[in-house]
Design a protein around this ligand. Structure first.
Ligand SMILES: Nc1ncnc2c1ncn2[C@@H]1O[C@H](COP(=O)(O)OP(=O)(O)OP(=O)(O)O)[C@@H](O)[C@H]1O
Ligand SMILES: [Mg+2]
Length: 586
């Protein structure tokens, strides 16, 4: 149980790490894409700012070139010259417009703020050489930043006779985009910030390492640089108005000898990248969670299934074992039943043979009598024939025939009785069975002078049973009754058949002493007959009990209130199968 848990924990850990890694990749890609976009827009902004600056400065440059040769500046009327210069300065918002002679001395100045001699300046020297001089600097008198353009003045022969200097107000140029985004600054060749839309960065210098800026005075604030793909990111805290993390862009402006630089806030790009990474991570985690739950559920189900299968297999094995044991038992039972059946059959046969043995004396007497009679009748018949009396002879012959028929009947009955009946139960006429039993017992009945009162029905009474076995039962009952009445004066045997719904009852009543122990009479080997007298084995009734039961009937015995025993054999009526299916009305 512990091992799968540990495995699951490792798997979960790996999954979380994988999601983290994937989110990091998404963040990096998103950030790079956003930076690319920022850089494109920033470059456009930077170009715009640079173009605007150079455009405006160019205006002053052209102004210098244009008015350098203006006729108003020829002649000696200083007041007129000054007025013209002032007018030009006012119209173009220049700080000053100055006329300088070839030695650098200021002839006329529009505002009068120019220093007396410009001979030492680089831009004047360039103008003296006939080129356009340019310079930037801070006016020492006003403290204003200015851009100087010096255009040479030529005489008619093309000799430089002086120069015209236009002083452009940088702050005025700058004023229009102060505070605008992004942060833009222009550094000159010395690396000093000269123009910017963030005044706090003014006069900062490029750091000695070549990247970043340091203030003109005091300690340098925190500054770090990093590269993300092709982009350079500056991290600093120079001012609240300069983004702390910014994309640095730059562009050389050779025309005015400056470099334009911009700092673009990357926090928006970072936010977008974070958002994308967070969404991706959330989706992955949600998907992972669903997958986890589904897998868990499936695992639990599989576990339960395995358990169930195991239990089913166990149960099946137990059942198969029980089944095998049952089969064995059934086989044993069947064998025992077969053995029992065989034993019972043997017993029935033995019972019959025993009855035959008991009857044999009577039977031989029974056969002997007609034989003797036949002999007598034959001799008489021969005498009558010798005497020529054919009438009486024929009479004797017919008597012989009837005697022979009687003998044949007795023998037929004996043969039938001795036969081992093998068929199952069938439809049997009970009247005929009683007739046969009486005939078989006839010798015994006659020798004991028993009076038989057989209330014989005229029509057959059909019952379910085996003919021979049923006959055996009746013979036994008659035998028992004759035995019981042996010592009695009145010897009467009443036999009757009663129909009661689906049942048929055969009643055999005698005038004997009655049954001693009715509850024991059906026990095997129970006999009250002394061995040697009637030689009772005590099997007759127990065999009869089993036979009647096998026909679906019952045999019972009781003592009659007026004396004697009454034996009743209750059988199933064979023509009342349908009636037996109905509830019996008593
Ligand atoms: N009609 C009867 N009157 C009195 N007693 C009877 C009668 N029929 C049976 N019995 C009693 O029941 C006993 C058992 O009868 P059962 O026929 O089983 O054996 P048995 O007649 O003694 O011997 P056998 O095996 O030769 O028939 C008899 O010994 C007798 O005591
Ligand atoms: Mg008997």
């Amino acid at each position: 149980m512990r091992r799968p848990d540990a495995r699951r924990a490792v798997f979960l850990g790996l999954f979380v790490v994988a999601v983290g890694a994937f989110a990091a990749i998404v963040w990096r890609t998103g950030y790079n894409q956003a930076l690319d976009q920022l850089a494109r827009r920033g470059q456009a902004d930077l170009t715009l700012a640079a173009d605007r600056l150079t455009g405006q400065l160019q205006l002053y440059q052209q102004l210098a070139v244009l008015i350098a040769d203006h006729p108003s500046l020829d002649g000696d009327d200083m007041a007129a010259k000054r007025a013209f210069l002032l007018q030009s300065a006012d119209k173009t918002a220049a700080l000053d417009v100055v006329l300088v002679d070839e030695r650098g001395r200021v002839e006329v100045s529009a505002t009068g703020s120019a220093p007396a001699n410009l001979a030492g300046t680089e831009y004047f020297r360039r103008a003296l050489h006939g080129a356009l001089g340019e310079a930037h600097g801070t006016n020492s008198a006003t403290g204003q930043r200015a851009y100087y353009f010096a255009a040479p003045r030529f005489d008619d022969r093309g000799q430089v006779i002086g120069a015209l200097v236009v002083v452009a107000n940088i702050e005025k140029v700058e004023a229009e985009w102060r505070g605008a985004r992004p942060v833009v600054f222009f550094t000159d060749r010395s690396g000093e910030v000269f123009i910017t839309n963030r005044s706090e960065l003014l006069y900062w210098r490029r750091a000695p390492e070549g990247v970043g800026l340091i203030p003109p005075r005091g300690p340098a604030p925190r500054f770090e640089t990093a590269t993300t793909g092709p982009h350079e990111i500056w991290h600093e805290n120079w001012s609240p108005y300069v983004p702390q993390a910014a994309l640095h862009l730059s562009r050389e402006l050779p025309r005015i000898g400056m470099r334009a630089e911009a700092l673009i806030d990357v926090s928006a790009a970072q936010r977008i990248a974070w958002l994308q990474a967070a969404v991706v991570a959330a989706v992955c985690l949600a998907f992972g969670a669903i997958l986890f739950v589904v897998t868990e559920r499936r695992r639990t189900l599989a576990l339960a299934n395995t358990k169930l299968e195991g239990r089913v297999a166990e149960r099946t094995a137990e059942l198969s074992q029980a089944n095998a044991a049952l089969r064995r038992e059934v086989a044993e039972r069947s064998a025992a039943e077969a053995a029992l059946k065989k034993a019972q059959d043997d017993l029935v046969q033995a019972g019959k043979l025993s009855a035959l043995g008991q009857m044999s004396a009577g039977i031989s007497h029974e056969l002997n009598q007609p034989l003797m009679a036949i002999q007598q009748y034959a001799e008489n018949g021969a005498l009558f024939l010798e005497r020529g009396k054919s009438g009486p002879a024929a009479q004797n012959l017919s008597r012989i025939g009837s005697m022979a028929r009687r003998m044949a009947r007795i023998i037929r009955n004996l043969r039938a009785f001795a036969r081992q009946e093998s068929e199952p139960v069938s439809r049997v006429d009970l009247v005929k069975v009683v007739d046969s039993a009486l005939e078989l017992s006839e010798a015994r009945l006659r020798s004991d002078a028993v009076h038989v009162d057989w209330d014989r029905p005229t029509a057959p009474v059909w019952v379910t049973g085996g003919e021979v076995r049923l006959c055996q039962v009746v013979v036994n009952l008659i035998g028992n009754a004759v035995d019981a009445m042996a010592a009695h004066d009145v010897q009467r045997l009443d036999i009757g058949i009663r129909r009661d719904g689906a049942r048929v009852e055969l009643e055999v009543r005698d005038t004997g002493p009655g049954i001693e122990e009715p509850e024991k009479m059906f026990d095997p080997f129970y006999s009250t007959k002394i061995v040697g007298d009637s030689e009772g084995m005590g099997l007759g009734l127990s065999i009869s009990y089993g036979l009647v039961q096998s026909f679906g009937g019952v045999i019972r015995g009781r003592n009659h209130p007026e004396g004697g025993a009454v034996m009743i054999v209750e059988l199933v009526a064979a023509d009342a199968d349908e009636a037996s299916a109905r509830p019996e009305v008593a």
